[in-house]
Design a protein around this ligand. Structure first.
Ligand code: ATP
Ligand code: MG
Length: 395
């Protein structure tokens, strides 16, 4: 006996009416996308508030399909299902016994049969199905026991057009399907934090685009490739990502020339935000996302974050704001970005950092130093925007 389908469980039960419909459609889209490269003819079907992934070819890759589903936001549980033709109740009983034999060879377990008759014309009622199948199992496997309160095995038998039998629920990621809650622009560096930040915001149903600032020749092509790889890894969860690669060298050199060196990171960050906002506006994003967390480095104190926020008109979302580094690392490991993130390529921020950066910049002094950039900065920003490279990832 083998699993030929998956029943997809999703939560967010507060969703009603139109929102529920949007949620379900977004979920179906994301599932289709996640399994499109899995071997076998797999189809997604929505039926009476349920979503099924069903195999229509002789063979498919069960493990690969399961792993793909485990990357889809919005799924709370994945139940592998055996689909049976309706050939009468006696045949169903035989098939259920075979199911038990195949998947639960250890017979000394407690169980409960949970029948649901979605097809009302079926000759037996749910309670009768429960009783008869329960009895047949007890007879065939004398070591089993019925436990209606806390069974080890809950054997679901759903009578639809065909009959669906399942008993296992593999946890999904939870959250909401990407795309059902708008779009945000992620500032993606090659570090550990920003890919995790993108993953987390996307888990709430937000699709993402990304912008990466590099500083050739101070940063290498390999550093850029690392960010492209990270964007690809994140897009396995959050869907297609449009990545803007912005040449930040001239802006950085100009800031380095004109501004006090202990403020460099703050000024750079403010221009990164402004440029990110430009692309966010073009692509109708509703917010910016960064991997910042309070106190992690000098540029992430409350004062520094305020200095960064001052130049933004869009809301800035920082999903990791209260995370310890170790917690962030754990998520990075779980989602598979960690190994790429720790590759030792230079980042544009680390090349121009001061030995003793300000930790409590005042908005007033930052504003004053920024005046020193007046002459050329707009021209340099325009140039950076014009020469940005666009890479479509995971389309
Ligand atoms: P990360 O691991 O994400 O690089 P970090 O601890 O190195 O974070 P910073 O370098 O201070 O922290 O960067 C803070 C945030 O600013 C990053 O999480 C990212 O969102 C953004 N950022 C930093 N550098 C870049 C860059 N070169 N391109 C795009 N965004 C960047
Ligand atoms: Mg970084």
């Amino acid at each position: 006996m083998e699993y030929r389908a998956f029943l997809i469980k999703y939560a967010e039960i507060a969703l009603k009416g139109k929102n529920r419909y949007l949620f379900e459609n977004a979920l179906v889209d994301q599932i289709r996308r996640a399994i499109r490269d899995v071997e076998g003819d797999l189809r997604v079907r929505k039926e009476q508030g349920r979503i099924y992934v069903e195999c229509h070819s002789d063979a498919y890759d069960y493990e690969e399909c399961l792993q793909a589903l485990q990357r889809v936001f919005g799924i709370v549980g994945i139940c592998p299902v055996v689909i049976l033709e309706d050939q009468g109740f006696d045949q169903l009983t035989q098939d259920v016994l075979r199911y038990m034999e195949s998947f639960y060879p250890d017979e000394s377990l407690t169980f409960k049969v949970n029948a649901r008759r979605a097809r009302k014309a079926y000759p037996l009622q749910s309670m009768e199905i429960n009783a008869r199948l329960g009895e047949a199992i007890l007879d065939a496997f004398p070591k089993t026991k019925v436990d209606v309160h806390h069974p080890k095995l809950l054997l679901n038998v759903e009578v639809r057009e065909k009959i669906y039998v399942y008993s296992q629920e593999i946890p999904g990621l939870g959250g909401m399907p990407a795309g059902c809650n708008g779009k945000a622009m992620l500032l993606l560096s090659g570090g550990i934090d920003s890919p995790v930040a993108g993953y987390m915001i996307s888990r709430r149903g937000v699709s993402i685009e990304a912008v990466y600032f590099h500083a050739p020749p101070y940063t290498s092509e390999r550093a850029k490739q690392k960010v492209v790889d990270l964007a690809e890894q994140v897009s396995m969860y959050c869907g297609p990502v449009r990545l803007y690669v912005v040449n930040f060298t001239d802006i950085q050199l100009y800031i380095y020339d004109q501004c006090p060196h202990d403020e460099l990171t703050i000024h750079m960050r403010r221009y990164m935000m402004r440029i990110a906002e430009h692309f966010a506006g073009e692509d109708h994003c509703q917010g910016l996302v960064t991997g910042e967390s309070i106190g992690q480095v000098a540029s992430q104190t409350m004062q520094s974050l305020a200095a960064t926020d001052q130049v933004c008109t869009l809301p800035v979302y920082r999903p990791l704001i209260a995370f310890d580094k170790q917690d962030i690392i754990e998520v990075a490991q779980k989602i598979g970005t960690y190994e790429t993130s720790i590759l030792p390529f230079e980042d544009c921020c680390t090349i121009f950092v001061a030995k003793h950066p300000v930790t409590k910049p005042s908005l007033k002094s930052i504003g004053k130093s920024e005046q020193k950039l007046k002459e050329r900065i707009q021209e340099l920003v325009d140039q950076a925007i014009e020469t940005a490279e666009t890479i479509e990832i995971g389309m």
